[in-house]
Design a binder for this molecule. Structure first.
Ligand code: 5GP
Ligand code: ZN
Length: 113
């Protein structure tokens, strides 16, 4: 746990969130500023800054995040969904605790902006 990290505090319940799924190592909760009808953030409970760090140092936690994301994405409308990791400031990462955005419930354009 990183003491000043917003998503660590959401993972422990210190800061409330609309949690839609939880395992021992992964939490999924609705984004405060949704960009699609379904916009859920999937995070590891353990603090990693980026998806690469979670992949290198997190054992199979990234696979567990993918499994949770898949269940959420598939449960929306069966029309498809997207999983996005903004990595670094230039890509728009604003919270430096890795989170995969599950976006679903509307047509999603490509390429993203
Ligand atoms: P990033 O830009 O880092 O990829 O995504 C951060 C996301 O976290 C944004 O989509 C933003 O709306 C969301 N967010 C920021 N603060 C909070 C919060 O306190 N609660 C929730 N549920 N989402 C948040
Ligand atoms: Zn954290």
């Amino acid at each position: 746990m990183s003491s000043d990290c917003l998503f660590c505090k959401i993972a422990t319940g210190e800061i409330p969130a609309d949690v839609v799924a939880r395992t021992d190592r992964v939490v999924a909760f609705r984004d405060l500023n949704p960009q699609a009808p379904t916009h859920v953030l999937v995070i590891p409970v353990e603090h990693f800054v980026t998806v690469g760090e979670a992949g290198r140092d997190g054992g199979d936690v990234l696979a567990e995040m993918a499994t949770v994301a898949d269940e959420i994405g598939n449960s929306v409308d069966g029309e498809g969904w997207r999983w996005v990791f903004n990595t670094g400031k230039r890509a728009g990462q604003a919270v430096f605790h890795v989170h995969g955005h599950v976006l679903a419930g509307r047509d999603l354009t490509w390429p993203p902006g």
